[in-house]
Design a protein around this ligand. Structure first.
Ligand SMILES: Cc1ncc(C[n+]2csc(CCOP(=O)(O)OP(=O)(O)O)c2C)c(N)n1
Ligand SMILES: [Mg+2]
Length: 332
């Protein structure tokens, strides 16, 4: 454990640990139910699960202000939830319902919640890195103290939008933190088949930005590292490129046959680095009783089941809202 990790652990109040555990479990259980609904044919299109990576969204949220901005890839359900979108609105979006956070038109890959400053949910790998810099440019131009955190996968780091976004952010010292969630695979391709560097943050000096690299299965550790980079950006000291080492426990999407890795590899990662289990252990170590933890579990379960029922029974997306969002005035 590095010094940042040790300091962080000593200072985390019980209510903060509870919030983190609750949030990680909410993501985990909601996605497990979504996977089931997908198999039952209740969710159309793609479904990319965040299971295994929950500590990153949750630890980051603990380091953010509500006035800050988050933008990410299609692996976005966890971020919608941590930003404050309700379980009902996320599940309804997955089900393609009008009550969803994108009015049922975006689905799994395009969650969006402007009120909670969550700017998607983007399907074009790496493209949103440039958008993230645009958001941060606005914050700086308007002289606010807002920070943008832009997440992307390891597969984005050889793509044009990534370089465009980082280059301008470095040049203009924009208040943004770029976070690569390195889960080792880009669909079925391991990073060492596409990138000569072993450490992604070797790219940071090329954009004149700070760098950090750490293991992301413990939300407390994520919070400590992210706070440092976020506050650096807020002080006007420029962007940071961060590589968080993580692992997805499920396939790339629901249609992934998973032939590029062994089940032993997956099981080993689950046994060693499960963010939800780590969160639960932290609660126990902080003196939470088994009964207290079980009560949290029950509340989360109730919320997820409620969201599932709500989404199932809700009205479908409206054709009129499709026109409204695509065409000025909503008319053809
Ligand atoms: C520009 C572009 N190229 C290809 C794709 C197809 N594609 C979708 S997801 C993906 C893999 C991305 O992997 P990574 O960035 O590591 O993110 P992860 O899925 O692991 O979270 C690819 C190649 C795409 N969506 N956009
Ligand atoms: Mg990846």
């Amino acid at each position: 454990m590095g010094s940042l990790e040790t300091t962080a652990s000593a200072q985390v109040p019980g209510e903060q640990l509870e919030r983190m555990y609750r949030s990680m479990l909410q993501i985990r259980r909601l996605e497990e139910e979504a996977a089931r609904a997908y198999v039952q044919g209740k969710i159309g299109g793609f479904l990319h699960l965040y299971i295994g990576q929950e500590a990153i969204a949750v630890g980051t949220e603990a380091a953010l202000r509500k006035t800050d901005w988050v933008i990410t890839t299609y692996r976005d359900h966890g971020f919608a939830l941590t930003r404050g979108t309700s379980s009902r609105a996320v599940m309804a979006e997955l089900f393609g319902k009008d009550a969803g956070c994108s009015r049922g038109l975006g689905g799994s890959m395009h969650m969006f919640d402007a009120e909670n400053r969550f700017l998607g949910g983007h399907g074009i790998v790496g493209g949103h890195c440039a958008l993230g810099s645009g958001v941060a440019f606005r914050s700086k131009y308007l002289k606010t103290d807002e920070v943008t955190v832009c997440f992307f996968g390891d597969g984005a780091t050889n793509i044009g939008g990534f370089h465009e976004g980082l280059s301008l952010a470095g040049l203009w010292k924009l208040p943004i933190v770029f976070v690569c969630e390195n889960n080792l695979y880009s669909m079925g391709t391991p990073l060492d088949r596409t990138l000569p560097a072993r450490d992604l943050t070797d790219k940071a000096p090329g954009y004149s930005m700070a760098r950090d690299r750490f293991d992301g299965h413990d939300a407390v550790v994520v919070q400590a590292h992210m706070s440092e980079a976020i506050e650096r950006a807020r002080r006007g000291e420029g962007p940071t490129l961060i590589e968080i080492l993580t692992y997805r426990f499920r396939g790339h999407s629901m249609s992934d046959p998973g032939k590029y890795r062994t089940s032993e590899e997956v099981e080993e990662r689950k046994a060693k680095n499960d963010p939800v289990r780590v969160g639960r252990e932290r609660l126990s170590n902080a003196g939470f009783s088994e009964a207290a933890i079980a009560a949290i579990d029950a509340q989360v379960e109730e919320e997820v089941q409620d969201a599932l029922k709500f989404a199932d029974e809700a009205a479908p997306a409206l054709e009129s809202s499709m026109r409204e969002f695509v065409l000025a005035g909503g008319e053809l």
